[in-house]
Design a binder for this molecule. Structure first.
Ligand SMILES: C[S@@+](CC[C@H](N)C(=O)[O-])C[C@H]1O[C@@H](n2cnc3c(N)ncnc32)[C@H](O)[C@@H]1O
Length: 373
């Protein structure tokens, strides 16, 4: 981990400006840093003959920003740098095809969920050169590999996001998508709640699809096929087409394996037959008043969790709370500055489950209602 060791720490009064950074406040061993491009925390800890300074993983910015903070911090403390391992670290340049959950998704036309080795994703990009394809994948090595292929093939119409697909569709405008592909999703026979196909996902997919747009599920699991068919049939104004053992335009790595084993392959095409209402969700993550009666036991709800983990004192009137909030399967680690009018040190991603957790968090710790749901 990129860090430095300095020989001393002198008492600083915050906020204090360095050459390239402003140090906003200190909460026990955490120090808040603002640079022109980023806002993050660094940590200090006593270390043999000096003090170790490292970055905080939750708010981690680019290495270039961390370097600025370390250097300014050492200077402000009039400290000598006894050790550093940052000058040799080369920044991995952000890849223009890799986007973030906070980016605008209103120009996406086609979505592929869990693209794995990316064969079908690349095929889609070539088949539809005028459409923008979004690939959503949780497995980082697959993403790295596919990004390299996109660059090699000079494809300009693919965007990739490293996130849980179940949370992303809610960010796509209504009636926008031409198609959504879910090919060979993990069947999760013993953990149904982890399946990509569920009622919420289908609901969001149907809303985001154009009228006559379709979702294509292809699976080798009879169990998953039957489960999904039942889930699709919970919905109205849809057309369902089912196929069995029909070759598809491209064979994925997984499919090759299943075909060799003589397994059956099932397809479900769910077409949306209606125009869905527009969504106008702007998530307001503000707080009105100080959070009180803090309770550090995890709270688990149907779709989300709230877990206040630790409180760090800033001064008599302020503290920094580290917490986990949001979707049960993909919660977010965040910090809240708790004061007269609290605020998130960095805003949570603007998605529904984070917002629901935020509303509940305010309700729980407003000092009026008991902490039980
Ligand atoms: C069995 S593989 C199939 C890959 C590819 N579609 C194919 O047909 O070869 C399932 C893929 O889905 C990804 N995945 C599983 N759950 C996911 C989720 N919730 N969101 C996005 N990707 C997911 C996995 O990382 C894995 O790469």
């Amino acid at each position: 981990m990129p860090h430095i060791i300095i020989d001393k720490i002198t008492p600083l009064s915050f906020p204090v400006k360095g050459e390239n950074c402003e140090f906003l406040f200190k909460a026990e061993n955490l120090i808040a840093v603002q640079t022109q491009n980023a806002k993050f925390l660094i940590q200090t800890r006593k270390h043999k003959n000096g003090y170790l300074v490292k970055y905080d993983k939750i708010t981690r910015p680019l290495i270039s920003e961390i370097k600025k903070a370390y250097i300014d911090f050492a200077k402000l403390n009039n400290a000598k740098i006894l050790f550093e391992n940052i000058s040799g670290i080369k920044e991995k340049l952000p890849n223009k095809n890799l986007i973030n959950i906070t980016d605008d998704l209103s120009n996406i036309d086609i979505v592929e969920v869990g693209f794995g080795s990316g064969r079908h994703l690349i095929h889609l990009a070539k088949k539809y050169p005028d459409k923008t394809i979004l690939g959503i994948e949780i497995h980082k090595p697959s993403i790295e590999q596919v990004l390299r292929r996109i660059e090699h093939e000079k494809l300009t119409n693919i965007k990739i996001i490293n996130h849980d697909a179940r949370l992303i569709l809610s960010k796509i405008p209504s009636n926008k998508l031409h198609s959504i592909y879910v090919h060979f999703p993990v069947p999760w026979d013993k953990k149904e709640h982890r399946r990509v196909i569920n009622s919420d996902f289908i609901n969001e997919a149907k809303r985001a699809l154009q009228k006559n747009g379709f979702l294509h599920l292809r699976t080798d699991s009879e169990n998953y096929f039957e489960y999904s068919l039942k889930k699709f049939l919970e919905f109205n104004k849809i057309d369902i087409e089912v196929k069995k053992n029909i070759p598809y335009e491209i064979t994925s790595k997984y499919e090759e394996r299943w075909i060799k084993q003589g397994k059956n392959i099932y397809d479900i095409y769910m077409k949306s037959l209606e125009i869905s209402p527009e969504i106008k969700e702007t998530f307001d993550f503000s707080f009105e008043k100080r959070l009180v009666n803090l309770d550090f036991t995890p709270k688990v709800y149907n779709n989300f969790v709230i877990h206040l983990e630790k409180e760090f004192k800033i001064d008599d009137a302020k503290s920094l709370i580290r917490a986990t909030i949001g979707n049960f399967n993909r919660p977010e680690h965040i910090y809240i500055v708790n004061c007269e009018k609290p605020y998130y040190f960095k805003l949570p991603a603007p998605i529904k489950d984070n917002y629901l957790a935020h509303i509940e968090l305010k309700r729980l710790f407003n000092g009026q209602i008991s902490n039980s749901k």
